[in-house]
Every structure is written in C-alpha cells, then in structure tokens.
Design a protein around this ligand. Structure first.
Ligand code: URP
Ligand code: ZN
Ligand code: ZN
Length: 470
C-alpha cells in the first residue's frame, strides 16, 4: 500500500497543538515528528500554514433511511463521498428495523446498503418494538456484531416510537449488557395532539411543524428518559450507588435549554449523561420556517429548529464541556419531489436535512475561529469525543502513532460560501445556503489514501470498512 507524508502542518488534537510531520503507511499513522525524512516513493502533502486535524467522526447519520413513506436522498455512496469532501472520515449510521422486524435482519440489510460506502462506518441499532427476541438479539449485537449502542425514539408514536414500558425494558437490558442507550427525546402523544389541533384549525404550513413540537415537549421526554435510566439502577442497587455503577445514557440531537436543564439535574444526582447537539441547532433559529414558497419545509426536522435564545445557551454548554458531541443527524430529503409530499399538511413533510459535508467547516468557523470554543475543543466535539464515547478511540478520533491514518488538512485562509449548487450531498437544498465559512478543507485522508484534495473528490465506492466496536 502507498505511503504518505503530511509535511509541515500544525497538528491539532483534543489536548495538544504542535508543528510536526505525520507519516502514514498501510493505512495507519507510523510516525509523528519534526522534519521527518520522507521515504522514497511516499506521496507528500504540503501542509505549511495549515492545520492537521483528525478525520471527523459523525456519530449520527441516516443514509438511505426508509422514513415517513420515502427514503433519505443520500445513499451510502453519495453520503460518504460528501462526508469525505467535508473532512469526515467515519460515520456511525443508525440501523432502523421497523416494528416486528428482527434486529439481525436489519443489521444484514444495512450491511448490504453500506457496501458502497467510501469512508469507514459503524452502526448503532434502533429498537422500535419489544419482545424476548429483541432482548436476545441485543445481546448478540453487543457480544458478536460490534454494535454496543442502541437508540430509542420517544417520538414518532405509531411508526418508530416505543412506549415508556418498552423503554424501561430497553434500559434494563442495556444496563445488563453494558450497552449505551440513546434516545430521541420528544413526548410523542403531546406532539400528536398538537399536530391534530393545528391541522384542525387549517394551520398546515411548515411553520406549524415547529409549533407542534415546542421545547417543553423535548425537555419532558429528556427528563423522563434520564429518570427511567436512574430508576433502572435504583431497582437493582438502590440509588446512591457510586456514579461508576450507574448506567450511562446518551441524548441524541439535543436542541434546547429545557432538555439541558433535565440533564443537569440528572448529573447533580451522579448520573452520567452524554449529550449530542448538531450545527443546525447551534446556528439557525426558527425564523427559517417563515421562508416563503414552502421553503421552510427544507428545515422540517425533529426536534425542530428553536426560537432565538436556545442557540447561545447550547454554545455556552458546549464551551463549558457540558455537551460532548456535535453530530449532524444527516437525513436529507429533496425539496422538489420528497418534501413536497407535505405541501398540504406539515405532518407529511419527511423530517430531516443534510449536514454531513458542512459540519467541520461550520464548527471551525462559528466555533473555533469565532472564539466560542478553542481549537482543541473543536477537535474534541467533532472527532475525539464521538470516537471515545462509541468505542472507536484511539483507532479513530485522534492523531497518534498506531491510529488509522484519517486526517484533515485545513487551510484557514480565505472564505467560501456554502450552497446546494456546490455541495456533494444528493439534495437540492442546503440549510446553510449562503453562509460564509472561514478556510477550506485542503485535503482529506482516509485510511492513508488522499480522498479529497483542492476540490478534487476521489471517493471510491466500497473503500469504506465496517468498524466493529467493543
Ligand atoms: O428529523 C429527523 N431528525 N430525521 C431523522 C430521524 C431522527 O429522528 O433522527
Ligand atoms: Zn431522532
Ligand atoms: Zn437521527
């Protein structure tokens, strides 16, 4: 296999920043140091004046997900190619078998779809129903399949959502298996009631999607999720067990102050709760739903984009280390022939938007370069923490001898404008359309191979590997 020298850049990890060369061979980082000799035949990337970050780890994607009567627009090929163009070299996608479907069958089906991935990938498993078979399959997934993280939907009653009794079973089983349980937190029944109330008044436009899912709906479900996780531990040990014996849980795509307050209360009781948010919840406010001509539909996702105020609150939590991960919830649907299904009722607009390509540029620009978080924190939330929390570290998420040679060479000079006209995501809208970001991805290296350089995307269908997690 080819070898590669990344020369003269400033290496930034979650804990360090230094000028050094990085030498990679056989897909692995072999040496890091000043003025390393370049072996004959090695490819060289000149990185003077540039940063060298670990390849991004996006812990929350949905490639070709069957959802709300449609399928998300990026498949594992287009979506992971876009990821590489944006500096993300590993994704963790959600296997989501519908109610009644075997988890192992779901894993097999996702494995087939993911064969065309161009970057490395791992899977989380969603639990959308309950029974003894599910319990048995969870065990197999953890012990044999390298899938030790599960997600439940407290939203989407009647499709993917589970009941509180089922949630309790999942938590109990997760605890027994030492698995990480994560949740999409929204009170499904209240959402359904608000939806019906709004539609009955003839309020059908995209804006009403946000009004049917207010922040308290998310805060309540977050509180319920962490409280039941605490209860599961109480039932066994009595609460006051040291935090090391309590189960850790993970909140996906947290959007608002109401949810963070529930997390803080749980942490005060000694619970370990990891929190993920996404760039859209940090950077956009709910005025996006007022766009004319059904353009608000592009922003219909669950939970929705929040009113002004929540964004600063989340930035502060991120800067203080109280939010650990920034992922994307990448789940795009085309405006022209997919989102349009909800022209007459916001409840029929497929939920989700693209983001896998722009995460690093957005977080670099509006986080690190803007001084809201440090450069090390930028690496931590985008690369290192997702790798650590989900069992990929130190293979992924850092720059160290022995780690996979997944690197981003970032040129901090200049600006560029994000747009659906120039992005690689297979969707006709970019929710960050027109935003100016600082710098650019000069090169993305995945498993020691240059996959993107100076605008030239060299994604290879099938080059991505499934990464079994411990
Ligand atoms: O609107 C969203 N978030 N779509 C993807 C599915 C999910 O809930 O994560
Ligand atoms: Zn979700
Ligand atoms: Zn999601």
């Amino acid at each position: 296999m080819k070898s590669l020298m990344v020369k003269g850049g400033t290496i930034v990890t979650a804990g360090d920043q230094r000028a050094a060369d990085v030498y990679c061979a056989d897909g692995v980082i072999r040496a890091i140091g000043e003025k390393l000799d370049t072996p004959a035949g090695a490819e060289v990337i000149e990185a003077h004046g540039k940063y060298v970050f670990p390849g991004g780890v996006d812990a929350h994607t949905h490639m070709e997900l069957p959802f709300m009567g449609d399928v998300s627009a990026d498949d594992f090929y287009t979506g992971t190619a876009a990821a590489l163009a944006g500096g993300t070299t590993t994704i963790i996608d959600f296997v989501i078998p519908g109610p009644g479907t075997s988890l192992l069958e779901g894993r097999r089906a996702w494995g087939e779809k993911a064969k065309k991935a161009c970057c490395d990938y791992a899977f989380h498993m969603a639990i959308t129903w309950w029974g003894d078979a599910v319990r048995r399959e969870m065990e197999k997934l953890v012990k044999e399949e390298g899938i030790p993280s599960f997600k439940v939907f407290l939203a989407y009653r009647g499709s993917l959502g589970i009941t509180d009794a089922e949630l309790f079973e999942v938590l109990q089983t997760g605890r027994e298996l030492g698995a990480l349980i994560s949740a999409h937190c929204e009170h499904a029944d209240v959402v359904a009631a608000l939806q019906q109330r709004l539609l009955a008044q003839g309020l059908t436009a995209p804006r009403y999607h946000a009004l049917s899912r207010p922040a308290y709906v998310e805060g309540e479900a977050t509180n319920r999720f962490v409280a039941l996780a605490r209860g599961v531990c109480e039932a066994r040990d009595g609460w006051h067990a040291p935090p090391s014996q309590a189960m850790t849980v993970y909140i996906v795509h947290l959007t608002c102050r109401d949810s963070m307050e529930a997390v803080y209360r749980a942490r005060e009781l000694g619970q370990r709760v990891w929190v993920e948010t996404c760039p859209q919840y940090l950077l956009l406010d709910d005025s996006v739903y007022d766009k004319p001509d059904f353009e608000g539909a592009a922003y219909v996702m669950s939970p929705p984009i929040r009113p002004k105020g929540h964004q600063d609150y989340l930035w502060n939590a991120l800067a203080s280390g109280l939010i650990q991960v920034v992922a994307t919830d990448h789940c795009p649907f085309r405006q022209k022939d997919q989102k349009i299904a909800g022209r007459d009722a916001f409840t029929k607009i497929p939920n989700g938007a693209a983001g896998v390509e722009d995460r690093l540029s957005l977080m670099y620009t509006f986080g690190a370069a803007a001084g809201r978080i440090s450069l090390n924190q930028f690496v931590d939330v985008c690369c290192t923490q997702p790798a650590k929390i989900f069992g990929l570290y130190p293979r992924k998420g850092t720059i160290a001898v022995g780690s996979d040679a997944d690197l981003v060479v970032y040129d901090p000079t200049g600006t560029r404008t994000l747009s659906a006209k120039t992005h690689h995501q297979a969707v006709d809208r970019n929710i960050y359309e027109g935003m100016q970001v600082k710098g650019r991805i000069a090169a993305t290296v995945a498993a020691g191979v240059v996959r993107y350089q100076d605008g030239d995307l060299r994604a290879e269908r099938g080059a991505g590997r499934f990464i079994k997690r411990g």
